[in-house]
Write a protein that binds this ligand. Structure first.
Ligand SMILES: [Fe+2]
Length: 303
């Protein structure tokens, strides 16, 4: 089959303490910490690496300041891994680290890694919901969640240069097996990894002249987690980047927070799942960013 999921992501950062505090508040689990770097895990065992001095296996940063340096993709079998490494490396160097990850670079300068996937099941218990004629919760009042704990990194969005965008997309589609799900001519290409059900696992978003990290999204079980997770981040002093809403492409409920590692992170829930019967959609104009976004006319009031 091929690529199943994001296996890990690495950021180069300035302030390790700040980044560790951020992702601890965000709901990831710290599994390693030194003076130079920290490693967090999602509930499904993907790793997030925060490094003040990333090793020489990574390409140079694509932008100034803290930023995303590499996304490592998890592949289902050794045979598929070998095939993808050969395809990716036909015109560029591939270097293998001690942990068995094959490292190279994409057309935009972002590090790309390939390794065997290490899936770990996580208990997903969506909150039972009630509606007239469809009752799933009896005699039980809901309790506050308090905060969110992401299940997984579900997609990555990268800003790429408009010039050369076809080649940038082709690296992922022609060599790594991603399938375009929605092509938005003025904006970018949404792509699905072959082992993923989400409407998009990756977005390459083209900009007039800017390459950089846009965001990584983290799936949480439900709508309440998106809201309460965001509220918790605000309570902890982090800055919201966008009003709560539901995207048009992908239909996911979203909440974005500015991240000290560069770019933003997204709490995401309820994205569309699509299979091979979903044919690539071409949009000549950019669809509205969201189906809805939280609106209030009480902006200047305390509550
Ligand atoms: Fe997103």
């Amino acid at each position: 089959m091929g690529i199943q999921r994001i296996e890990s992501a690495t950021y180069s950062i300035d302030d390790l303490d700040e980044c560790v505090r951020f992702f601890d508040d965000f709901g990831l689990f710290l599994v390693e910490r030194t003076d130079e770097h920290a490693v967090f895990e999602t509930l499904t065992g993907q790793t997030l690496h925060l490094d003040t001095d990333p090793g020489p296996l990574l390409p140079p940063p694509v932008e100034n300041g803290p930023t995303l340096r590499e996304v490592v993709w998890g592949v289902d079998t050794r045979q598929e891994l070998d095939r993808l490494v050969a395809a990716a490396g036909k015109d560029r160097e591939i270097r293998v680290s001690a942990d068995g990850v094959h490292h190279t670079v994409d057309e935009s300068g972002f590090g790309v890694g390939l390794t065997l996937a290490r899936p770990r099941p996580a208990p997903v218990i969506p909150r039972p919901a009630n509606a007239l004629g469809s009752v799933d919760r009896w005699n039980t009042a809901l309790e506050p969640l308090g905060r969110a704990f992401p299940l997984r990194m579900c997609h990555v969005a990268l800003n790429i240069r408009k010039e050369g965008r076809q080649e940038a997309v082709a690296f992922y589609t022609d060599r790594l097996g991603f399938r375009p799900t929605d092509v938005v001519e003025p904006m970018g290409v949404f792509m699905q990894a072959p082992g993923d059900d989400d409407q998009h696992t990756m977005l390459l978003c083209h900009r007039p002249d800017r390459t950089g990290v846009n965001h990584i999204a983290y799936e949480v079980p439900g709508f309440d987690d998106v809201i309460e997770g965001g509220n918790y981040m605000i309570d902890k002093g982090w800055r919201e980047a966008r009003r709560l809403g539901r995207h048009t492409v992908g239909s996911n409920v979203f909440r974005f927070v500015h991240a000290p590692c560069g770019g933003r992170v997204e709490y995401a829930a309820d994205m569309d799942r699509v299979d091979d019967s979903y044919e690539t959609r071409h949009h000549e104009t950019t669809p509205p960013h969201h189906i809805w976004a939280l609106r209030t006319n009480r902006d200047n009031e305390a509550s």
